[in-house]
Design a protein around this ligand. Structure first.
Ligand SMILES: *Cc1c(COP(=O)(O)O)cnc(C)c1O
Length: 442
């Protein structure tokens, strides 16, 4: 007699590990772990999640359909996913304040789609695009640090709304609130979008709130980059001033890839409807479980210390780069982010990204305010300290990183010099091991 366990059933799940079942994918994942371990990650939108967040991201909740919201689902068997989604919502509100949280957006972009939908008239996103005043949105200029979803012509936002961009002053390349007020008074937008992807200084959300209420506009703040700093009070919170706040969960907040919306009670029903069934189907319950874990981590005193270190590290890195003669946009940073304008050097952003990449230092080329090149070339590079700070690097390492970057940028691309810098980068990274508990297999 055979027991159930011994039966082999045709078409059953292969119980083997990934390495055995799919060596090609397993190899790519192992190499990615190795790449993350051995290089310096300075991309401002990236971070390294904890082992606990990683574990939740790869859990069996990926199997579960849960359209709807906790207690109001379209599917049975939702008691466990309800528990994690409620934890995610409640922890998000504990972290950020606000009346209502929606933890379902698959990404920051989808959170923004839902938020704009919730704040504007229905029918705007269908075929007949009404570009009347009522559908005007003020969003930060992409080349001044804004995001694609804040009104870029190639994005749904720019295609569906009449978007008027605002930006920074030429004088000191900081946000021009007087110009924002003037534009708001002239254009009478229905929504003002605050927040940025490449703006290093503190943003005055209270002032944006005042401007919005002066002209009867709603304020949508997208805090995707700075959410971790807002969570601990290192950057002032937009939540008291904004109708809706959107964010990603994977940048300074150090959670899994995904989005989150926090809003006032009056927008709660519209936000929930816009996310599901408006733009999404079944929520990614494994990602929501991982968001809950990350939010709990962000509530700890250790995370507060981490965000202090992130900002301090960015300031040290910016100062040292300025001392090497680099033009730090905005005159410095109040966040994790630094934008360097390379127009006082021989290099474009694209050149600099490639040179640093050869030296195992990962950054991205970025347009700068009053950009004169195409976005594919760009005149700047954007840096961030969220990931290196997660690896516990501090002041000394920031100075060393600035020096290594400078050596690479002035090397003229010489193979021997670059190889030597790459060696020193690897040595530095080995002193700050990443995921040592995962071993070599990942
Ligand atoms: C990163 C970012 C987003 C988009 O997030 P995705 O998850 O990549 O869609 C939206 N807004 C801002 C300001 C961002 O920086």
């Amino acid at each position: 007699m055979t027991t159930t366990a011994e039966k082999t059933v045709t078409g059953a799940l292969n119980p083997g590990p990934l390495q055995e079942v799919d060596p090609e994918v397993a190899t790519a994942i192992r190499r990615e772990l190795e790449r993350q371990r051995s290089g310096l990650e300075l991309i401002a939108s990236e971070n390294f999640v904890s082992r606990a967040v990683l574990e939740a991201t790869g859990c069996v909740m990926t199997n579960k359909y849960a359209e709807g919201y906790p207690g109001r689902r379209w599917y049975g068997g939702c008691e466990n996913v309800d528990a994690v989604e409620l934890l995610a919502q409640n922890r998000a509100l504990e972290l950020f304040g606000g009346d209502h949280a929606n933890a379902q957006p698959h990404s920051g972009s989808q959170a923004n789609m839902a938020a704009l939908q919730a704040l504007t008239e229905p029918g705007m996103l269908v075929t007949e695009i009404d570009r009347s005043r009522e559908h005007t949105v003020l969003g930060m200029n992409l080349s001044h640090g804004g995001h694609l979803t804040h009104g870029s012509a190639v994005n749904f936002s720019g295609r569906s709304y009449r978007v008027v961009p605002y930006g920074v002053r030429e004088l000191d390349r900081t946000l021009d609130y007087d110009e924002l007020r003037r534009l708001a008074q002239v254009e009478k937008p229905s929504v003002i979008i605050g927040g940025a992807s490449a703006y290093p200084r503190e943003i005055d959300f209270a002032r944006m709130g005042e401007i919005a209420s002066e002209v009867g506009a709603k304020l949508l703040v997208d805090m995707a980059h700075i959410a971790g700093l807002v969570a601990t009070g290192v950057h002032p919170s937009p939540v008291p001033y904004a109708d809706i706040v959107t964010t990603t969960t994977h940048k300074t907040l150090r959670g899994p890839r995904g989005g989150l919306i926090i809003c006032r009670e009056e927008h709660a029903a519209a936000v929930d409807k816009a996310v599901f069934p408006g733009f999404q189907g079944g929520p990614l319950m494994h990602a929501i479980a991982a968001k809950a874990v990350a939010f709990a981590e962000a509530l700890t005193p250790e995370f507060r210390e981490y965000t202090d270190r992130v900002v301090h590290n960015a300031q040290v890195l910016a100062d040292r780069l300025a001392a090497h003669g680099y033009d730090v946009v905005g005159g410095g940073t109040d966040t994790h982010l630094i934008l360097i304008d390379l127009r006082n050097t021989e290099l474009t952003g694209k050149d600099a990204e490639a040179l640093l990449g050869r030296a195992e230092i990962t950054v991205n080329k970025n347009t700068v305010p009053f950009e004169t090149r195409s976005p594919f070339v760009a005149s700047g590079i954007r840096l961030g300290t969220a990931a290196v700070s997660t690896r516990s690097m501090g002041e000394d390492e920031m100075c060393l990183i600035a020096d290594l970057m400078n050596e690479a940028l002035i090397s003229g691309g010489d193979d021997i010099i670059i190889a030597d810098i790459a060696d020193r980068v690897t040595t530095l990274c080995q002193a700050f091991p990443l995921y040592p508990e995962l071993g070599v297999e990942g």
